[in-house]
Design a protein around this ligand. Structure first.
Ligand SMILES: [Zn+2]
Length: 466
């Protein structure tokens, strides 16, 4: 079936927009034209978008949907429902917060069997390598198998809080990086210095300190700076493609940029929480804002915005991770409260409002950091990430000027809490289309409709990482 989208605007360089019509057939764009073009006239169905702004659907490269295994926190049905409501048309799910972790082909297939019937938007999987996985003498073959299955990237931790997915020392990381370099698949690293954080945590806990800022003191900027430096050195030494996930510290970005300018194959993402909040907010919000890495200073936050605008940071992902609410977020101690914030639904509205509307980034840069850059990193740039003929018709339709206030009860993931509670954003998702079909529509009266669970398809890495 040929479906035509008319009366809409798309980005046209900088923060400009221009009128367009889109023709979609079999889930892909076949024409992106000026209004009134003959090419779009052959459509059997026409959807009038009322002059609204249309952007490429968001690819959130870092979510924890916890399925199967930790479904009291999130599951694939609720996670992808929230994604659809946030303009996210493809998510990339982490390998470490589901059971069994995605460290072998059998584990990957077990996970797919559970999540495929629940997915409302398209998805890739992260594979992983942990100390647990390295205990299997066949770990190299397992890594090769999951790379052949088309995982987007391989996740490793320099510091992990999970018994089911333990962190790795420098020698183990070196071995893994040599393998991934050979396989042509990138590695995503949680980069914080294990020894430094363990020593500080032990000391602060022994002193009986319980304040949110004591938790922050256990994971100082230096822990991230030194770990990022180590990973950059290992990237150079092994030839592996290394990506730092959830970068939070300004000076860690300085280190990364230095190495990249010297030719190292390194990149980083940051997350809305590090762009929006500082240690002062952690003081007032406590566990609601507890994440690892932890939010840093106002100077760090400003440095991240600068790096995002300048292209030093490759893209924005959310690290969406929900704890059971309220049980796991209010345990009586900041040390045991679950770390993680559900954000998949709020990232695009946040970046539109605080990034584009406030002039920190252009609309064009927004589409790069939310869609085209993650598509390239995960090797799906021939299918996703842009509004262009031949690519999947993944779209988000926006009410650009609508101002609205975040209320956790209005979110769509399983455990509804947010450090953004009460914050107002300018720009709101009106509808989301995956492969030309609506997966989310918000009507004039606020009524919301969702596409079917199971519509979302698994996507595989198609091209080697650059
Ligand atoms: Zn994460």
């Amino acid at each position: 079936m040929r479906r035509r989208f008319i009366n809409l605007r798309i980005p046209a360089g900088g923060s400009e927009t221009g009128p367009a019509e889109l023709l979609v057939e079999d889930g892909r764009f076949v024409a992106v034209e000026a209004p009134g073009s003959a090419a779009t006239e052959s459509a059997e169905e026409t959807i009038d978008l009322g002059g609204r702004l249309v952007l490429p659907g968001v690819i959130d490269g870092h979510v924890h949907f916890d399925d199967p295994g930790f479904t009291h926190r999130e599951n694939f049905e609720t996670g992808t429902r929230a994604a659809a409501a946030g303009g996210v048309t493809c998510i990339v799910d982490m390998p470490c917060t589901s059971l069994p972790p995605v460290t072998s082909r059998a584990n990957l297939q077990a996970k797919l069997a559970v999540i495929e019937p629940k997915a409302r938007v398209d998805f890739l999987l992260w594979g992983g390598a942990s100390e647990n996985a390295l205990e299997d003498p066949d770990w190299r073959r397992n890594l090769e198998d999951i790379a052949a299955e088309g995982v987007g990237s391989i996740k490793v931790y320099m510091l992990s809080g999970m018994d089911t997915f333990r962190d790795l020392g420098r020698d183990q990381l070196t071995e893994i990086l040599r393998e991934t370099a050979r396989l042509g698949v990138p590695v995503g690293v949680h980069a914080e210095d294990r020894d430094m954080v363990h020593a500080l945590t032990t000391r602060l806990q022994a002193e009986g300190r319980e304040d949110p800022l004591d938790y922050a003191a256990s994971r100082p900027p230096e822990a991230e700076i030194s770990a990022v430096r180590t990973m950059c050195e290992l990237a150079v030494e092994t030839g592996a493609r290394v990506h730092i996930v959830h970068l939070a510290t300004g000076r860690a970005l300085d280190v990364l940029t230095e190495f990249r300018e010297d030719g190292a194959a390194v990149s980083a993402e940051t997350c809305p929480q590090y762009l929006a909040f500082t240690d002062e907010d952690l003081c007032s919000l406590g566990a609601l804002l507890k994440t690892a890495p932890v939010v840093k200073s106002a100077a760090d936050r400003d440095r991240l915005w600068e790096g995002l605008a300048a292209g030093e940071l490759a893209y924005v992902a959310t690290d969406h991770a929900a704890g059971q609410w309220p049980e796991e977020k209010h345990t009586g101690s900041i040390w045991t409260d679950y770390g993680g914030v559900p954000l998949v639904e709020l990232s695009l509205p946040y970046l539109l409002s605080e990034g584009v509307a406030k002039g920190r980034i252009t609309l064009e840069r927004l589409t790069e950091i939310t869609a085209s850059a993650p598509a390239r990193f995960f090797g799906v740039e021939r299918r996703k990430g842009r509004i262009a003929p031949g690519l999947d018709a993944d779209l988000v339709v926006l009410d650009e000027d609508e101002t609205w206030t975040v209320r956790p009860d209005d979110l769509h993931n399983l455990n509804r809490y947010s450090p953004f509670d009460g914050r107002s954003f300018r720009g709101r998702v009106r509808a989301t289309y995956v492969r030309g079909e609506p997966v989310y529509v918000r009507a004039d009266d606020g009524t919301e409709t969702f596409g079917a669970a199971g519509y979302g398809r698994r996507v595989r890495r198609e091209t080697p990482v650059s």
